[in-house]
Write a protein that binds this ligand. Structure first.
Ligand SMILES: C[S@@+](CC[C@H](N)C(=O)[O-])C[C@H]1O[C@@H](n2cnc3c(N)ncnc32)[C@H](O)[C@@H]1O
Length: 282
């Protein structure tokens, strides 16, 4: 269902060997993990998946793959698991494939997409934290405006936030969609909807801090000269990843990120916004 993005490039640049230990920090349905599995015949793949529905399906799909172990734990908390497995400082490769899977968009019923009418939840793990509809009830207009500006770079942030407050309670995706559509210029409706939903998703899941924490965990898990590969899908994610180049922790393999080939974009249009950055642990 979900086509993994830039698999060939990820494998070529992370150079797995037969006995490599690989962490897939965003396991999903294991598109990337499976490519590693083909090579890592005597090693181990440790997967982390925060969404409990995705995790349950993945666990079933991979129950007979003896070198794959999957945990329903967010990558921000992966260190505890890696400590228990006694793998801290021993991992060869960590991969992050940030963003949403097709399953989360189409089947999770968590309100990630403006294209269907669902409860406005947006938590990767609905057992942790609060859903967006509850958060929106408590937030002041100014705070909503700030979220839309900071995480969506949205020019209409003030108007949208006023309308959200005026139309409370906003409990379903369709209500948010109607507000945004009313305020968007005719040819920019989709773009504004995408940005608005993305901004709220980043906020609900505290994604900026979570990604930073995950990358730091990856550093701790990797061995020296171990490789970190990160696929990001929008500028906020990419900025966090790019900043690793300036940190004393990692050396980037390339200054500029790699992007999918034309063939891949044609075959899988969802891959078009992907940026791949690969680093070596110092
Ligand atoms: C783009 S998908 C990964 C797809 C996967 N590479 C594949 O090919 O099947 C991102 C996945 O990361 C999960 N996720 C989001 N935040 C996470 C977190 N903090 N820790 C672990 N998994 C997370 C999502 O639930 C989603 O399944």
């Amino acid at each position: 269902m979900h086509k993994p993005v830039m698999v060939r490039e990820v494998i070529e640049l992370t150079k797995p060997k037969i006995d490599s230990i690989v962490i897939d920090a965003t396991f999903g349905f294991g598109g990337h993990a499976r490519a590693f599995y083909e090579i890592v015949k005597n090693g181990l793949i440790v997967g982390f998946e925060k969404n409990p529905f995705t995790y349950e399906i993945a666990k079933e799909l991979y129950k007979n793959y003896e070198r794959i172990r999957i945990f329903n734990v967010g990558y921000e908390n992966m260190l505890e698991v890696i400590e228990k497995l006694e793998l801290v400082g021993k991992v060869d490769i960590v991969i992050f494939d940030l963003g949403l899977s097709l399953f989360l968009i189409k089947k999770s019923n968590l309100g990630f997409s403006y294209k269907s009418d669902e409860v406005l939840d947006m938590r990767f793990n609905p057992n942790e934290g609060k859903p967006l509809y509850e958060i929106l009830e408590k937030l002041e207009q100014k705070e909503i405006e700030k979220i839309l500006r900071n995480y969506g770079d949205i020019k209409h942030a003030r108007k949208i936030s006023y309308e959200i407050v005026r139309n409370k309670p906003i409990r379903r995706t369709i209500q948010l969609r109607e507000i945004v559509e009313r305020l968007a210029p005719r040819n920019k409706k989709d773009k504004l909807l995408k940005k608005t939903f993305q901004a709220f998703r980043i906020f609900v899941n505290d994604e900026v801090n979570t990604i930073k924490k995950g990358l730091l965990n990856a550093y701790k898990c990797l061995k020296i000269e171990g490789r970190l590969a990160v696929l990001s899908y929008h500028s906020i994610e990419d900025r966090i990843v790019k900043n690793l180049s300036k940190s004393p922790l990692f050396i980037p393999l390339f200054k500029k990120p790699l992007t999918p080939s034309q063939e891949e974009i044609l075959e899988n249009p969802r891959s078009r916004s992907a940026k791949l950055r690969v680093f070596l642990k110092k």
